[in-house]
Design a protein around this ligand. Structure first.
Ligand code: ADP
Length: 489
């Protein structure tokens, strides 16, 4: 065989083995096997449970008949004293008839264990000693079925003067008729077994294919989704389990679709946000280039604007990088045990001058000393952002109230302001990336729309939660809850 042929053969065998392995592991095959076992075992059991009692019943009824016939013969033998005299044509005829009718052999044995009469003649005058014959001499009746050799044996004592046992009648009957009847029955049952087995196999095959069909449809649908069709909803009905899988799968699809949409929206938002300052810089630079002899002050003014735009671009990029770092599953937290009261006081000390510019008063209410496991830099940035917003979106002469409290499990920070408030429809959106309630004011206030998204991420990384309560025109309150002890979940 050439090398190529050999390689092809090995490849073919390998593929065949793989296919066999996957078939053996398949649900279809397992259902098929279970069905076959459930269908065929009862048939085999039926055979065993039916044949044996039938055999017993047939032997018992034959035995009854034989015993009564033997009894009649024995009585005649006793009354005619046949053992000693051996002269009765009637008994000879009776014995011959019994042997012929039931395919048997009658032997009479005298007290010296000598066979005095044998319907087969051949063993006459020979000695016969067996346990059953001895039992007969002791006056016992013996009747037994020897199934392996197919005969029934009956031993009866023959009594003489004063009921003394003077001999034994030993009769053996063939049970070939029982055997043949049973063999016939077995043949019929074998035929039934073959028919039932074939039926079971066909039904098992159909059932296994039927049961596995929804899984095939499931697989096809999964394949379509992996090609990127998120709209491909599964509509599988059949059994509850499959319906549940289809439901969970559709839910997952919805989530994936939302994720995909939000990713696309994020990318387009990022591009837009990054483009805006660059467009402004270009417009400013172009207008400078197009004019000659521009006075120095105008130059300076334009450059101040250009620097502002560059700062803004820088701010957006820094926030975006923060967000990306926090989004990672294992954003590195540098956890230390800190005094939260001191931390908040420091933040407020830094922000008070900014608030003072708009005559906004910042008040701190601390109800108890708090020590907690936090990442100092990140938690400072989160709280600062909430207080900065409370100043930014406030009215002139307004106030900001920061409240600190704790119980045995969590510490709570509340940042309330007397500012413009957030309209109801925007309340849940403020934590989304780039979301701003008033897009036109963004330039004035200088926000990137990423602050609250970053804040929420930081709080969640600390296994905490943040909520917003607000009334338009009256003010806003952010509440933060963080566990005192950090657990890496
Ligand atoms: P920004 O950089 O625009 O401040 P944030 O993510 O911090 O971005 O906030 C998102 C938006 O939520 C803001 O643009 C503002 O419209 C609204 N907002 C946040 N904090 C307050 C507040 N204390 N009062 C009123 N509106 C607020």
């Amino acid at each position: 065989m050439s090398k190529i042929k050999e390689l092809l053969l090995i490849k073919y065998i390998k593929r065949l083995l793989e296919k066999t392995k996957s078939l053996l592991k398949s649900l279809k095959f397992r259902i098929f096997i279970v069905m076959i076992i459930c269908g065929i075992i009862p048939v085999i059991m039926l055979e065993v449970t039916i044949l044996k009692p039938i055999e017993d019943e047939m032997v018992a009824s034959k035995m009854d008949r034989l015993l009564s016939q033997c009894n009649i013969l024995r009585n005649h033998i006793i009354s005619e004293n046949y053992i000693e005299l051996r002269q009765s044509d009637a008994i000879d005829a009776e014995m011959a008839q019994l042997s012929a009718m039931y395919d048997g052999r009658v032997m009479l044995i005298n007290s010296d264990f000598v066979i005095v009469k044998d319907t087969y003649v051949m063993d006459e005058n020979k000695t016969c000693v067996s346990t059953d014959v001895i039992k007969g001499y002791r006056g016992e009746n013996v009747s037994k079925y020897v199934s392996e050799n197919n005969y029934i044996e009956i031993v009866m004592p023959i009594t003489g003067y004063e009921k003394k046992t003077i001999g034994v009648m030993l009769v053996t009957f063939s049970t070939n008729d029982v055997k043949i009847a049973l063999e016939n029955l077995e043949d019929k049952m074998a035929l039934i077994r073959i028919i039932i087995s074939l039926l079971v196999m066909v039904v098992s095959m159909l059932v296994s294919v039927f049961f596995v069909k929804p899984f095939d449809r499931l697989k096809k649908s999964f394949e379509k989704v992996s090609e990127g069709y998120f709209d491909n909803k599964l509509e599988l009905n059949g059994y509850t389990e499959i319906e549940n899988i289809a439901k969970s799968y559709n839910d997952m699809l919805d989530k994936m679709k939302k994720l995909d949409e939000s990713r696309q929206e994020f990318v387009s938002n990022v591009s837009h946000e990054l483009k805006t300052p660059i467009t402004s810089i270009k417009v400013l630079a172009d207008s400078l280039m197009m004019q000659d002899d521009i006075p120095n002050e105008i130059y300076k003014e334009f450059f101040v604007d250009i620097v502002n735009e560059i700062d803004r671009e820088n701010e957006i990029i820094t926030d975006l990088l923060d967000l990306v770092r926090l989004d990672k599953k294992n954003a590195n937290l540098n956890i230390t045990r800190l005094n939260i009261n001191e931390l908040v006081e420091l933040i407020l000390k830094r922000l008070r001058p900014i608030a003072a510019k708009r005559n906004i008063e910042i008040v701190l209410e601390s109800f108890r000393p708090i020590e907690a496991d936090v990442d100092e830099v990140k938690i400072t940035s989160a709280i600062s952002n909430l207080v900065e917003n409370a100043i930014k979106y406030n009215i002139i002469d307004g106030w900001v109230r920061v409240t600190l409290n704790a119980d045995h499990k969590y510490f709570y920070i509340k940042v309330a302001d007397s500012g413009i408030g957030i309209p109801e429809e925007s309340r849940e959106m403020v934590f989304e990336r780039f979301y701003r309630v008033d897009k036109t004011r963004a330039r004035e206030t200088g926000g990137t729309g990423l602050g609250l998204a970053i804040t929420k991420n930081i709080i969640q990384l600390h296994n905490g939660a943040v909520k917003v309560y607000s009334k338009e025109g009256e003010g806003t309150t952010f509440t933060v809850r963080i566990p005192l002890n950090y657990v890496n979940l």
